[in-house]
Design a protein around this ligand. Structure first.
Ligand code: SF4
Length: 327
């Protein structure tokens, strides 16, 4: 998926790896030997449940999610996750937390403790933000995150500037107010944590560079100075709803092209990785990173791993083909 990131110039980078530096590792999983990208990530589904209902939510289209029956017993879920984290330690993937809405799951603090215990690096935490200020076991979820080293790339999904438009897209029950976004930003800034806004571009809402710049400005006023824009993830044309989904598709490569040709953006440098070519630009006080997929990597290489809430460990490769590795 192509993305564009705006972040303040001169801040320490929050990426867990260098796109341009990688090797291919080998690991035997369930009796079979695999080639694995050294910057592999492990996405952990904390829960399948979500209090939003985004029109473009991948979970509505992704077969692996659709067949995933969540382990409802927390103890059983945590035991399985513990096993997987131990198993994958030689690979040392960086962790991406997702769902469903992770902050609304009561098992989240225990999951964070477990990940912290094994010393994994945290790549990202995806949330609609509605539970970040919730109190669980006497502390807010943000405090639990701070205690367990979940400090960077706390990705708060909002796909429009106005709360009304955002509600039209996400239909979140108990949606975040702008005041709460400022409170979250204030907590993060005071505790050396980095929150960022995550916006999926869509034709009817956010679809061009000028709107993106307004979006950055709006959330910066609320205290969040880093934004990542994404394209909707491509889905299988055979799926019901494909044409409605496709109608909203925004091609980020065209926006990168617009950036290259706008004089306010000053080209800095390019990094070439296995999966992405990343052009960097300066724009006012921001470093702008345009990640474009390269589509040339060997599809046999495992790019990412996913722990579904049903306890399965699944891989994905370059072509988004997945295979269950452990169940
Ligand atoms: S917030 Fe995320 S998990 Fe929930 S419906 Fe939206 S895209 Fe799906």
């Amino acid at each position: 998926m192509n993305t564009i990131k705006f972040e303040p110039v001169g801040r320490p980078k929050t990426e867990t790896h260098d796109v341009g530096k990688y090797t291919i590792k080998k690991m035997e999983i369930a009796g079979q030997m695999y080639d694995i990208y050294s910057n592999v990530g492990l996405t952990i589904y904390v829960t399948n449940a979500c209090n939003s209902d985004c029109s473009f939510c991948m979970n509505k289209y992704e077969n692996n999610f659709l067949c995933s029956e969540e382990i409802m017993d927390d103890e059983k879920y945590l035991k399985r996750l513990d096993y997987i984290l131990q198993y994958l330690k030689p690979l040392n993937p960086s962790i991406m937390i997702t769902g469903g809405e992770p902050t609304k799951s009561k098992r989240l603090p225990e999951i964070m403790k477990l990940i912290h215990k094994y010393g994994y690096k945290i790549r990202s935490f995806s949330t609609n933000g509605t539970g970040l200020l919730d109190i669980v076991d006497g502390k807010s979820i943000l405090e639990h995150m701070h205690e367990n080293g979940f400090l960077n790339n706390i990705n708060i999904s909002r796909h429009a500037i106005s709360p009304e438009d955002n509600y039209r897209i996400m239909k979140t029950k108990g949606d975040l107010t702008e005041k709460q976004i400022s409170e979250i930003a204030e907590f993060c800034n005071a505790h050396n944590m980095r929150a960022r806004m995550g916006c999926t571009l869509q034709k009817s809402f956010m679809s061009n560079l000028d709107q993106m710049l307004q979006y950055c400005q709006h959330y910066e006023q609320l205290g969040i100075d880093t934004v990542i824009f994404r394209e909707p993830v491509p889905i299988d044309p055979e799926k019901d709803g494909y044409w409605n989904y496709q109608e909203q598709f925004v091609d980020i490569s065209k926006i990168c092209h617009a950036i290259e040709h706008r004089s306010a953006f000053l080209y800095a440098y390019t990094i070439n990785g296995l999966y992405y070519n990343v052009k960097h630009f300066y724009y006012r006080d921001k470093l702008v990173k345009c990640y474009l997929e390269k589509n040339t990597a060997n599809p046999e290489i495992i790019r990412d791993l996913i722990f579904y809430a049903d306890g399965r460990l699944v891989n994905t490769n370059w072509n988004d083909v997945s295979k269950t590795l452990l169940f």
